[in-house]
Write a protein that binds this ligand. Structure first.
Ligand code: PMP
Length: 381
């Protein structure tokens, strides 16, 4: 056996032994919350397509029309010839929704974070990241090569003490947090973070991947002037694919010049950009529809006597990876898909079921699911 294969086999066996091995399961999604998986039809509570726009006929039609007109691929990096005419429309809609001067679109949210953070900070700077921030924020922060500080989850006092202790030692300080935490569903204290950033002359960046389209009439967890760097994704409530930064015109221009994951990669396919444009038009004109995922999540937390959901994401922490997998299997036997989330996606000992609610969920399904989950809520974390 080749030493590389032996290496891979050993690593996979270790993952297997800890119930941490992942396997792909081909999944065919249908309009609404239904999908086919491993020969079964299930109601999914594990999709980030919060507004079910990825299967919306208007969005699909916009995508098809753009593909027919401009082709299946962009053909080059945006700075060469890949900047097809639809980008401008997408960036101006994002800037309007977020109430910023400008916006710049990336190939994905992951690419956005790994491009933006190192474009703005380097060796002489300091970055402060919430301990539960998304993996691609950490990836961007590590790539930047700046001094990296972790503050306790949503702990403004801890962040303030770190900022004070490092004052004068770095040229620039950047604070980065999720706006909605992807595995916990809680919200960052944006007003407090913005005040701290102001007090310390630091720059604040939020990742609104799970907020855009679903919180505050679709504007997301952060918008307007308080947060100068508003990053997010087009792959969740917007129902398509891509990442973005909403910021001032001059900052967006710098990013177009310096973010390596913008400069050195092919632009998004025209059909994907057109889908996002159509989705953002719908989001801007349908605030009541945008409120549905959170309303559905609250029906669920209310039925279980849990604190009211703050976002369409509701975690149920079960502890061991095996426990989370067993709970997933139990719900699957009743026709529900709720994916177990295990380390390293979440901290050791906090494996969980992660329920995500979408506009399409039927109230009867939510209440049947709550009935099945009720006995699990008593399980200590
Ligand atoms: N940030 C957060 C908070 C996320 O949850 C995700 C998606 N898992 C991303 C960024 C990455 O976005 P994308 O899927 O567009 O790469």
């Amino acid at each position: 056996m080749h030493s590389l294969d032996r290496f891979a086999e050993t690593k996979l066996a270790a993952l297997d032994g800890a119930a941490l091995r992942r396997r792909l399961t081909p999944t065919a999604r249908h309009p609404g919350a239904v999908l086919d998986r491993a020969g079964r039809r299930l109601v999914s509570f594990s999709c980030n397509d919060y507004l079910n726009l990825s299967t919306h006929p208007t969005i699909i039609a916009a995508s098809v029309a753009a593909t027919q007109r401009y082709g299946a691929g962009a053909g080059a990096s945006r700075l060469v010839t890949g900047d097809h005419p639809l980008y401008d429309a997408l960036e101006s809609r994002l800037a309007a929704l977020k109430d910023t001067e400008d916006a710049v679109v990336f190939g994905s949210g992951y690419l956005a974070n790994t491009g933006i953070i190192p474009a703005l900070t380097g060796k002489t700077d300091a970055i402060f990241v919430d301990e539960l921030a998304h993996a691609c924020i950490w990836a961007g922060a590590k790539l930047a090569g700046a001094a990296l500080f972790t503050f306790r989850h949503n702990d403004l006092d801890h962040l303030a003490s770190l900022l004070a202790a490092t004052r004068g030692q770095a040229r620039h300080a950047l604070i980065v947090t999720d706006g909605v935490f992807s595995m916990d569903g809680d919200l960052a204290p944006i007003a407090g973070l913005a005040a701290l950033a102001d007090a310390h002359g630091a720059w604040l960046m939020t990742d609104d991947a799970h907020g855009i389209g679903v919180l505050n009439a679709g504007h997301g967890s952060a918008y307007g002037e308080a947060v100068p760097l508003q990053m997010g994704t087009l792959s969740k409530a917007v129902g398509a694919y891509g990442g973005y930064l909403c910021a001032s015109r001059v900052v967006c221009d710098l990013i177009r010049n310096r973010a390596r994951s913008f400069v050195y990669t092919t632009g998004l396919p025209p059909g994907v950009v057109a889908a996002s444009i159509a989705s953002l038009d719908l989001i801007a004109s349908e605030p009541d529809y945008c409120a549905q995922p959170l309303r559905k999540a609250r029906l669920f937390t209310e039925a279980l006597g849990l604190p009211a959901a703050q976002s369409p994401i509701v975690p149920l922490i079960l502890g061991a990876a095996e426990a989370a997998l067993a709970a997933q299997a139990q719900l699957e036997a009743h026709g529900f898909l709720v994916a177990a989330i295990r380390p390293p996606t979440v901290p050791e000992g906090t494996a969980r079921l992660r329920f995500t609610f979408t506009a399409a969920h039927e109230e009867a399904d939510i209440s049947r699911l709550a009935g099945l989950v009720r006995p699990m809520v008593a399980v200590p974390a």
